[in-house]
Write a protein that binds this ligand. Sequence first.
Ligand code: FAD
Ligand code: SF4
Length: 505
Amino acid sequence: MARLDHKILLITGDQLSLNLSALRAVEPAHTHILLAEVVPEATTAKHHKKKIVLVFSAMRHFAEELRRAGWNVDYVTLDDPENSQSLSGEVKRAMTRHQADTAVMTAPNDYRLRGELAFVEQLEDNRFFSSEAEFRSFAETHKNLRMEFFYRALRQKTGLLMENGQPVGGRWNYDTENRKPAKSAASFVPPPRFEPNVITREVIDLVKARFDDHYGLLEPFWFGVTRSDTQAAFESFLKNALPHFGVTQDAMLENEYFLNHSMISLYLNLGLLDARMICKAAEAAYLSGDAPLESVEGFIRQILGWREYVRGVYWMKMPDYLSSNFLKADVPIPDFYWSGDTDLNCVSQALRQTHDEAYAHHIQRLMITGNFALLAGINPFQVHEWYHAVYADAFEWVEAPNTIGMALHADGGLMGSKPYAASANYINKMSNYCKACRYDPKQRLGPEACPFNAMYWNFIGKHQDVFSHNLRMGQIVNAYRKFSADEKQAIANQANGFIGRLKPY
Ligand code: FAD
Ligand code: SF4
């Protein structure tokens, strides 16, 4: 017989926050918390080995943290012979085990899981600055669904970097002061590395045994897996990198994996770091004179603006969003995305660090691997599957809008007013990759020409009718239209010849 008022509280691997709405809503004496490692969560997208270690180890540490705080916790390991290998199955087993009459959780931030766990009471996720309903009502009342306007509304709502109802410094956005090309002489302090403890070592062994065929380098594993590790990682960023964040935000340098990026997305997305605390701490660094406004505003905009905005887009547009293909891109994803085997130096650099560290910074994701896929016309769903699998911070709600919308323009311009398409000129300006490349960034045609150039103009030509209606693309379409018929043909031959030789995965 069910025990009246006894509940199972399910916590998923990306809900490792002590202030979770579901934890606040229940009585500890009448609740059993359930955390479960199940195979589909590691294999539905075949995740990078380091990411699986990160999530399972962080879950195991969180279970300890909850027990220390006095909660009853059931932790089901992957190898438990009774494990049903589905979250819904584990909730049902726990309900039977503890004779609980109900199950509750904070709503999963994943479309598939929300459906699978529909029988569990789902509470609003309180870890975001805005609710899904708030985003929907913003979308209903704004013809132009650009991130910038949503970000401004959230600045007003939260008071972050606001003074008497106005943005601090008189402007909302300091991008014009930011985003300078890379200077190789600059020195960077990399994120701190954490030695695996006994718990993490056990998970590393588990991943070796069970997921050895997954993508990526497993060891050395050095990510933070506890709240104190991740707090230390963030404090290191605040002290060493935030003051220079803005200026190097778009820069790329050979063998410099992190530059002044924070490398906190993986911790934020798991719930080990709290977005409100992060933004407040960055604001405090500005107020105390430890970091300039342009860096702090740029950083806060990524979290308060982009991160909230993409979540809103995901929940407003799912489930159809994943099959968006506005530009009818149908080239299969090339094998080199997985193998790393390419002589394009910029792509090879981004892929090597993705393979080794499950990390590439935003401009590598957007303007190197994303830009390549956009120009080559690679199928958006396959590109989404790749990004979802290879990055430690990849969860569908944040990955899919960034890939399908921002990088591939496959949503027809909902996320970006123009495609982020660029030739070698941009990559050469913002990085030092081209210096060591076998291709020439200045040539458009011929065996030495950088493939990004012909692919760029071919892309403009192929979609000129669509882009000519776009105010921000008109000039570039006109430039293409001024090429002679012979030049256009030579560009198409060069680009299509290159794309045709790509070995499909
Ligand atoms: P920083 O440059 O230090 O930025 C600070 C924080 O701002 C990040 O930690 C992140 O939480 C947030 N942020 C910055 N840009 C974005 C953005 N566009 N959308 C949402 N949050 C943002 N981010 C993910 O968290 N998971 C993903 O799976 C993911 N996939 C992406 C795929 C593509 C094609 C692109 C173009 C971007 C993707 N991003 C994703 C956004 C961004 O690239 C990463 O958040 C960032 O690179 C993480 O590194 P960082 O912590 O050093 O970021
Ligand atoms: Fe990349 Fe082209 Fe530069 Fe080579 S020349 S690094 S392929 S942009």
